[in-house]
Every structure is written in C-alpha cells, then in structure tokens.
Design a protein around this ligand. Structure first.
Ligand code: MN
Length: 143
C-alpha cells in the first residue's frame, strides 16, 4: 500500500472523486466528510499528506489548516488545499495559514496528482535544505 492521504471534503462527489483518483494511483485514501472530525482522524490515521477542501460547513478549511499547523504532533504533515476560490489573494491566505500546496477547482486530474506527488516527494526529502515543491506556480484554471 502506498502513502496514506487523508481527504477532508464535505461534497460527496468530490470526496469520492479525490479518493478514487488517489487509490487509482496507489495511495491509501481515507475520506473525512465532516471537517470537525479532521484533527482527530489525522491523529488516528497518521497520514503522509492531507488534502483539504476550503469551503466546508461548521469549520472552514483555513481554520482547520491553522489547527493542524498549531498541533505539535500533526504540523509536519503537508497539506494540499483544494478550493473553488479564484479571487486574488486567496492562495496567499491559504499558504499563510500553513498549507504547502494549493490546487483550484475544478481540478485538473493531472495537476492534482502531480501536486500530491510533489508534496509527498518533498516530505520524503525533508532532510535536504532545498525542498523541490515549495515554489510551484499558482495553478491557472486552464479548463
Ligand atoms: Mn466544500
């Protein structure tokens, strides 16, 4: 089994899409529908990466990223935010909250998988001073 990826997404179709896509690429995907459960589920599952929807009821992805990055045991796990926001400054806010990666919806399957790979590779190489994934260009909405 490949690396473990926790997928936090309130939209059932997106959740299934992301998990199916990750599993098709050999990852062990664990779905979380309710953002309020994300921190506890991350503790239990011990993911190598967290894919995080930003627009969710009850708790926003931004708040969750801040919680995860404020937790000693969880802050090292890279977070890839997925958001439908296209407004200028949103990516910056998400990165300021601590997310290492950012993909905009509607996702490009190829870009999604590439971003996952890059974040996992960066995590695997985290001893090295030069992380390869940090400065990826903002995802243009090519669709
Ligand atoms: Mn959502």
């Amino acid at each position: 089994m490949g690396e473990k990826i926790l997928v936090v997404e309130d939209n059932e179709l997106n959740l299934k899409l992301f998990c199916d896509l990750l599993r098709a690429h050999g990852y062990a995907a664990e779905p979380v529908r309710d953002g309020r459960e994300a921190v506890e589920r991350a503790r239990l599952f011990g993911p190598d990466l967290i894919v995080m929807d930003i627009q969710m009821p009850h708790i926003s992805g931004l708040e969750l990223i801040e919680q995860l990055k404020g937790d000693e045991g969880l802050k090292a796990i890279p977070i890839m935010a997925v958001t439908a926001y296209a407004a200028k400054g949103d990516e910056e806010r998400i990165r300021d909250a601590g997310a290492e990666g950012y993909v905009s919806k509607p996702i490009s399957v190829m870009r999604f998988v590439e971003a996952v790979r890059a974040l996992l590779a960066a995590r695997a190489a985290e001893d090295e001073p030069d992380l390869p994934s940090g400065d990826r260009a903002p995802a243009a909405n090519a669709e």
